[in-house]
Write a protein that binds this ligand. Structure first.
Ligand code: C2O
Ligand code: CU
Ligand code: CU
Length: 541
């Protein structure tokens, strides 16, 4: 495990056995060959090797689940609550026994959970201490385009961007992450992401579990690939432009951790912060759980389910009934096999994990604490929206296999300036499109009227599933292929999964302004797709 290997996976000429095992035979073979040869052997040659990373030995759960600290900010003299976030590099133990160079906010990896009181003026200072420019976007927050942290809001190295706004939207678990053009994938993969908790007292009023880290547990799920030295490996091959997936599963920045939970109702705030992987969440024993919130707010009533599919950037809050389980163990897992392989026509889009059922988090149930939450019958009313503008249609396409050579060429000249010389992968290539257009920061694709309510219809014409995220608002899904969405998707959302050949209609109110120089984005949230064209811009004025 401590044997030295070459510095960059992409130029590896000596591959240790461990590294070979870590990447899997296919990838190791590719790494050892000149790019042109590797190119022919990769997934495009269907008869060739399968090049996705192989599974590691089944994880042994150990170590406590890290809980990101809550950051409430400090009240400034002018009655504005102030937050300081520093983006910088550090070292983390993502996996037991390995030290990994990572990037984080106010720490080595991930970031604090910001407690954002609804209706109070805020000021957020984001300091960029990295050696390259980036941005920070408040995913799901209803803030003006000038405060949204999109690709226009670049923070140069050593500089600070100051955001000032007041949040007025329902209590919800949002998140924040970088959003630079063409580099969102590697920046998030490097470790930059955190939770953003909009609070208005609803959870306390409803009696929901709300003791952070005790019965209210953040669960940020990410997959990563590490080399034998513990370094993050990003896009070792051009095929990963279809979606970078790893073979280690981190919860709050730690592989295979253990949560000690009380024997009472426990709330998990699930965030799929993976670059591209879809999880079909389940509990061991097919135990039922209750969905109480979707991306951007509570549902009207809890929905009992045994499976919950979450695509990248989607969130859900779930309640687990642990009251009768004192002394027992259970596992949060992904029953991927049941759904994920069917989402793409390309067999190589699914790896070993997508075709199996794997554990993510081990839960040890102890005894109850004094103050338990409950599962209410009713949560919150959700208003019905009425459109007052013509609807818009979006068609998702990508990517044609003959474009793989573009990705391959871009990968050969990519920078290696991520954490510990991690590759920056492929970005800004015209690979995935929306309405046959590739993201162009100089083009405003749609212009909306401030205060309007619109229905958008998204059709996925690609051979794989995509997601669709809209900045500056929350939406309600009206229909999926003409049918009502599942009950757990009937609340406020800002990101959706759209299967191939599916048409999804949703409605949203656009109540915040976004001018030409700071427009909002809509995009696929599979970060390698977003980085390579699948994004558009809109103004609201
Ligand atoms: Cu989570 Cu445009 O972002
Ligand atoms: Cu967003
Ligand atoms: Cu996509």
């Amino acid at each position: 495990m401590t044997k030295p290997a070459s510095a960059k996976p992409s130029s590896a000429s000596h591959i240790s056995r461990r590294q070979f095992l870590t990447y899997g035979a296919g990838t190791a073979a590719l790494l050892a060959l000149p790019p042109a040869v590797a190119m022919n052997m990769s997934g495009m040659n269907m008869a060739g090797v399968h090049s996705k990373p192989s599974p590691l030995p089944k994880p042994v759960f150990s170590g406590a689940l890290p809980i990101p600290p809550v950051y409430t900010g400090v009240m400034g003299r002018d009655k504005v609550r102030e937050f300081h976030l520093h983006m910088a590099g550090g070292h983390s133990v993502l996996s037991d026994g390995l030290k990994t160079a990572t990037w984080g906010y106010n720490g080595a990896v991930l970031g604090p959970a910001l407690r954002i009181p609804r209706g109070q003026p805020l000021r957020l200072y984001v300091h960029n201490q990295l050696d390259q420019s980036t941005t920070t976007h408040w995913h799901g927050a209803h803030v003006p385009g000038t405060m949204d942290g999109g690709p226009q809001s670049l923070i140069l190295p050593g500089k600070t961007w100051t955001y000032g706004y007041t949040i007025d939207q329902p209590e919800a678990t949002l998140w924040y992450h970088p959003h630079p053009a063409g580099r969102t994938g590697p920046h998030v993969y490097g470790g930059l992401a955190g939770l953003y908790l909009v609070e208005d007292g609803t959870d306390r009023r409803l009696g929901l579990p709300h003791h952070w880290g005790i019965d209210d547990i953040p669960v940020i799920v990410q997959d990563r690939l590490l080399d034998a030295q513990g370094r993050l490996v990003y896009m070792p091959q051009a095929m990963d432009v279809m979606g970078m997936k790893g073979n280690r599963f981190l919860i709050n920045g730690r592989e295979s951790p253990i949560l000690k939970a009380p024997a009472q109702w426990v709330r998990l705030r699930l965030l799929n912060a993976s670059n591209a992987r879809i999880y079909n969440f389940a509990l061991s024993g097919d135990r039922a759980f209750y969905v109480i919130a979707s991306d951007a707010g509570y549902l009207e009533a809890p929905v009992s389910v045994q499976r919950l599919l979450l695509a990248p950037a989607e969130r859900a809050e779930i309640l687990l009934d642990l009251r009768a389980l004192a002394g027992k163990r259970l596992w949060l897992r992904s029953d991927s096999a049941a759904v994920v392989p069917g989402l793409s026509l390309h067999p190589m889009d699914s790896d070993h994990f997508d075709r199996s059922n794997f554990d993510l988090l081990e839960i040890h149930v102890g005894s109850a604490t004094g103050s338990a939450g409950r599962l209410p019958d009713h949560l919150v009313p959700i208003p019905t929206l009425h459109a007052d503008a013509p609807s818009r249609r979006f068609e998702l396409r990508g990517m044609p296999m003959d474009k793989m050579s573009l990705a391959q060429r871009a990968l050969e000249t990519t920078l290696h300036n991520g954490p510990a010389q991690m590759s920056m992968g492929v970005g800004r290539q015209p690979l995935f499109s929306i309405n046959n257009q590739y993201m162009n920061m100089k083009i405003i694709n749609q212009r909306l009227r401030l205060g309007s309510t619109e229905i958008w219809e998204v059709y996925n014409d690609a051979e794989m599933a995509h997601t669709f995220h809209v900045h500056g608002t929350s939406f309600q899904i009206l229909s999926c292929n003409g049918k009502a969405p599942p009950a757990y998707e009937t609340g406020w959302k800002d990101t959706l999964l759209i299967r191939r050949t599916e048409t999804i209609r949703f409605i949203a109110h656009y109540g915040q302004p976004a001018p030409d120089d700071f427009p909002y984005m809509y995009h696929c949230h599979m970060l390698e797709h977003e980085d390579n064209g699948m994004m558009g811009q809109f103004t609201v004025s």
